[in-house]
Design a protein around this ligand. Structure first.
Ligand code: NAD
Length: 369
């Protein structure tokens, strides 16, 4: 039997603990039915950590994260903590852990399950079968560049400024993540920039071309960000893997997310650089927040959390067969017409968080029989 996989679970706030419970059931199923076992530690982050320890990212959580093979997070935040100063709000815990683990690559798949294709605001034939991956650089670019600030000009006016910087290594490492991923998909990478206006992205494009030369089997193309925004809603299926800067990725990944029409279905991964032993820090979480408006009611959609776990299997452990099994179980359950409230449609059966989790494990049973 392979060695135990060490996971850190950070349920966080709001619906986080409820949807994590359903992942636990998938893991219990795997422990019993597949040749793998998971060693799970649970930690505090966000508002839950503030309530217990006074800070959104306790030292013990960080230590546990460094000692784990992968981290699975729920969500953080909620009205209870909004009155706190900005630096100690729950969301600082999330930004803190991303920074401390050096998570520079954010992976957001936009997949449209056939059964949910009519939930998109776009025409069925534009989104049906959509399966694209957006890779956003997460620790550089204009969100972190110096100098930054707001200056008083002394004449009653002010000047606000931020700096867009990228270095060669920053571009090469995110470029390689994109190429490696494309190699396992349809072998196409589109790098998004604004090389007709911004010097930093002229360099981004030049460096991406150099990375592309290391991967002769991958087709590399380039697109300006304004065109990319248009193409994402005009014909999103033309893309396979998209790689882009922090700010462009922030905007384009939300745009792509909405092609799928359902926040409760969207997983994500954030990856660091592999160390000498090949170990790579990684954090998986749903794209949605803590949904305080429905927390505690047992009606949250657990599928984005379960699909985040499937990404964990795929990208941290190369457990492709198991990840495919989880994805297939999700698809089958949707095909059967089961829906939580957020993805409810006409003629479908509305179920609770727990019943949805139950249906997934039953489906896993059938698939593995
Ligand atoms: P949200 O994603 O929590 O909720 C937006 C809407 O979608 C709500 O109506 C909610 O009920 C619904 N929703 C979200 N996930 C759902 C699910 N799994 N099942 C069913 N319905 C779901 O965004 P928000 O309301 O803007 O933010 C709430 C809190 O979450 C805030 O404190 C915010 O800062 C935080 N937040 C955290 C993260 C994170 O932890 N990564 C991300 C975004 C927002």
């Amino acid at each position: 039997m392979p060695a135990n996989k060490k996971l850190l679970f950070l349920p966080g706030d709001g619906i986080g603990p409820e949807i994590m419970t359903e992942v636990r059931r998938v893991i219990d199923w795997m422990d019993q039915r597949r040749s793998v076992t998971f060693d799970i530690t649970e930690g505090l982050i966000g508002g839950a950590a503030i309530d217990e320890t006074g800070v959104p990212l306790p030292e013990e959580t960080l230590e546990a994260a460094h000692g784990s093979d992968a981290v699975l997070m729920g969500a953080v935040g909620g009205p209870k903590w909004e009155v706190l100063p900005f630096e100690v709000q729950p969301e600082r815990g999330l930004l803190g852990i991303r920074k401390e683990l050096g998570l520079f690559a954010n992976l957001r798949p936009a997949i449209v399950f056939d059964a949910l294709a009519d939930a998109s605001t776009l025409k069925l034939d534009v989104v049906k079968g959509l399966d694209i991956m957006i890779i956003r650089e997460l620790t550089g670019g204009i969100y972190f560049g110096e100098p930054r600030g707001i200056e008083d000009l002394g004449d009653g006016n002010r000047k606000g400024f931020n700096t867009l910087t990228y270095t060669t290594p920053e571009i090469h490492r995110i470029g390689r993540v994109a190429m490696d991923l494309a190699a396992k998909r349809n072998k196409r990478v589109c790098s998004i920039d604004k090389a007709n206006v911004l010097e930093t992205t002229v360099m981004w494009r030049e460096e991406m071309i150099k990375v592309g030369e290391e991967y002769p089997d991958i087709e590399l193309s380039h697109m300006y960000v304004d065109n990319a925004a248009m193409q994402l809603v005009r014909n999103p299926k033309q893309f396979d893997v998209i790689v882009t800067t922090n700010m462009f990725g922030d905007i384009l990944s939300d745009c792509a997310a909405m092609l799928t029409g359902s926040l409760g279905m969207l997983p994500s991964a954030s990856l660091g650089a592999p160390d000498e032993s090949g170990r790579q820090a990684a954090l998986y979480e749903p794209v949605h927040g803590s949904a305080p408006d429905i927390a505690g009611q047992g009606i949250a959609n657990p599928l984005a959390q379960i699909l985040s776990f499937s990404m964990l299997l795929r990208y941290s452990f190369d457990m492709f067969e198991d990840a495919d099994l989880v994805d297939q179980a999700v698809q089958n359950v949707l095909d059967q017409g089961l829906r939580t409230g957020d993805i409810m449609g006409e003629g479908k059966t509305q179920v609770s968080t727990e019943v949805m989790g139950d249906a997934i494990t039953k489906e896993l049973d059938k698939l593995a029989a």
